[in-house]
Design a protein around this ligand. Structure first.
Ligand SMILES: C[S@@+](CC[C@H](N)C(=O)[O-])C[C@H]1O[C@@H](n2cnc3c(N)ncnc32)[C@H](O)[C@@H]1O
Length: 301
């Protein structure tokens, strides 16, 4: 493998550092309220009535709202493991602190001036800021995220950096606030793991791509080289907190098959690095290239 083949892949050593989700739970929620001593009068922090299990999407959104308020993410990987210091120059520290990606889709694909690029699950906006410089003034970068707090952060960063070709929207990427067939590139960095039904997201990705368009998706999956963890092998459903984490509960080949069946013309998947995880399983950094049409209009890299 040549040096350039690792462009876009995360250093998997980072994966052994994530903080367990449970530690984040006790911290202030999206309202900035501690779980105890809640402000009942405002309703903002009122204790919720017991309405049974929280839907996965609600749990995940609250997790990232809380993270944005808290200001530091250790859920996924450090941006310095995928971007050079030149690429990170002038990006506000607080954006770097909140970055929760596990690769660099845009480095894997390369972006060109004038393109329209969408980041599905843009978080605090690091990838938006770097992409905006690459597509230039004639291009456009749109971020979509379900967490209002993350969207606020990304908008603030774009404003602070004077980047006027960035538009950040609150929305659910299963029903993205975008016209069909309107974008050249969809990026997604460590987001698909959050969805029990990943095919629904992939269909939404395919729908917004223009003819000749490509989606580049970075995720951490279980390696095919060895058994998956026992619960994955048994096909047991994960709990809500598992969905907020960065490791997709699928193996490489399961993931590839899923994308192949999601309405794209052609699909390519590459993985890089192996790190021991749990139950003897190993994880790997995966990059998926999903082309809207049968053969890519332009080879990716
Ligand atoms: C692991 S973070 C990755 C953020 C960003 N891509 C990065 O590299 O820092 C996952 C992001 O997906 C967002 N997300 C989760 N569910 C979503 C949904 N249904 N629609 C849009 N965004 C969603 C979260 O709010 C969070 O910002």
């Amino acid at each position: 493998m040549g040096a350039d083949d690792t462009r876009g892949f995360v250093s998997l050593d980072e994966l052994i550092r994530p903080r367990p989700i449970a530690e984040v739970v006790a911290e202030p929620d999206a309202c900035g309220c501690a779980p105890e001593g809640a402000d009942q009068a405002s309703g903002c922090c009122a204790a919720p009535a017991d309405q049974g299990p929280v839907p996965v999407e609600t749990h995940v959104k609250k997790r990232y709202d809380a993270l944005a308020v808290q200001g530091t993410s250790t859920l996924c990987c450090s941006p310095t493991s995928v971007y050079t210091s030149e690429e990170l120059a002038e990006i506000p520290d607080w954006v770097l602190e909140l970055s929760s990606g596990c690769g660099s889709p845009m480095n894997a694909i390369g972006l060109r001036p004038g393109q329209t690029v969408v980041d599905f699950g843009c978080g605090a906006g690091l990838d938006l800021l770097i992409a905006a410089r690459r597509v230039g003034e004639t291009g456009r970068v749109i971020g979509v995220d379900a967490s209002m707090q993350m969207v606020r952060t990304a908008r603030r960063a774009a404003k602070e950096m004077g980047l006027t070709n960035i538009d950040v929207r609150v929305g659910d990427i299963r029903r993205p606030p975008l016209r069909e067939a309107s974008v050249d590139v969809v990026m997604s960095n460590c987001v698909l793991g959050m969805f029990p039904d990943k095919k629904e997201v992939l269909h939404a990705v395919a729908a917004v791509l223009r003819p000749g368009g490509v989606a580049v998706i970075s995720d951490v999956v279980y390696s095919d080289d060895g058994p998956p963890p026992a619960d994955v092998a048994a096909g047991e459903s994960a709990g809500a907190e598992d969905f907020a984490r960065c490791v997709v509960g699928m193996t490489e080949s399961q993931y590839r098959d899923l994308v192949l069946g999601a309405g794209f013309g052609s699909v390519d998947m590459r993985s890089d690095g192996l790190v021991p995880y749990r139950d003897g399983a190993q994880v790997t950094s995966a990059m998926i290239f999903a082309y809207r049409d049968d053969s890519p209009a332009q080879p990716c890299c």
